[in-house]
Design a protein around this ligand. Structure first.
Ligand code: FPP
Length: 234
């Protein structure tokens, strides 16, 4: 039987402050429709835009989405270029709208691996949106282990290796740890995403391919989160 979905716009039940999202299934979505791969990523970008809206509506303040892993560089050059192109188009044409909606952009990962033009657009987008109250963290050329190694190294240079000092050196800082991580596309693993930050995250998986991820499922994830008992090991 289908689970009941509660449209809780008045935010009367517990909300995660921050959600992590592993947006998986774009290529399979395109393949099922006999479309080129880039169409799957373009449809995935549309879903991300909807999720930003739903998050604002339902009181989720921060989102961190996994758009491109360090391993994704090994994909065909044509596909890598298409994803970068989607990013560049968004950075050129959609940043003003995000700023007006109070969304603050933060790029997380090895941004130096992207072209100089893309890096400059990222920097500009972060500057233009810096006063936003809701964060959209976009993980690009991101790997959790690389992030942790760099954070530990930086903390060590400062001579202070503690949980607090390492947390402050993470690429996601100052976004709070996600209380909930959603993964679409049927796999049930973290794939090197937010390894440190996910220590106490609730994990929520669905077989739905990312471009098909719907508002009903988003609310289902929030509803399931609200009734989970979180005791942090106590
Ligand atoms: C995972 O699905 C998705 C990606 C590697 C790319 C994610 C990109 C977007 C959502 C659109 C671009 C958005 C930005 C912000 C640049 P997959 O390709 O691994 O699909 P599969 O599991 O079916 O192979």
């Amino acid at each position: 039987m289908a689970k009941q979905v509660v449209d809780n716009t008045d935010n009367t039940f517990v909300r995660p402050t921050c959600i992590g999202i592993i947006m998986d299934g774009n290529r399979r979505w395109a393949k099922k429709r006999e479309l080129p791969t880039y169409k799957g990523h373009a449809a995935g970008k549309d879903t991300l835009k909807k999720v930003i809206e739903w998050s604002s509506t339902y009181g989720v303040q921060h989102i961190v989405c996994y758009a491109f892993s360090t391993e994704n560089w090994t994909r065909p050059q044509e596909e890598v270029t298409a994803i970068e192109q989607l990013l560049v188009e968004g950075l050129k044409h959609e940043v003003t709208e995000l700023a007006e909606k109070g969304i603050k952009l933060l790029f997380i990962g090895e941004r130096e691996r992207f072209s100089t033009e893309t890096q400059e657009l990222m920097r500009h987008a972060e500057e233009v949106t810096q006063t936003g109250t809701h964060t959209l963290g976009i993980a690009l050329s991101y790997g959790g282990r690389a992030e942790l190694a760099q954070a530990a190294q930086r903390a060590s240079v400062k001579g202070d290796i503690t949980e607090e000092s390492i947390a402050k050196e993470l690429w996601t800082y100052p976004i709070p740890d996600p209380e909930l991580i959603i993964r679409t596309g049927g796999q049930q693993r973290l794939s090197n995403f937010l390894l440190w930050q996910s220590a106490y995250s609730e994990l929520w998986f669905t077989d739905t391919l990312w471009p098909d991820f719907s508002k009903d499922e988003f609310l289902q994830a929030l509803g399931d989160f609200a009734v989970r008992k979180r005791n942090f090991g106590a």
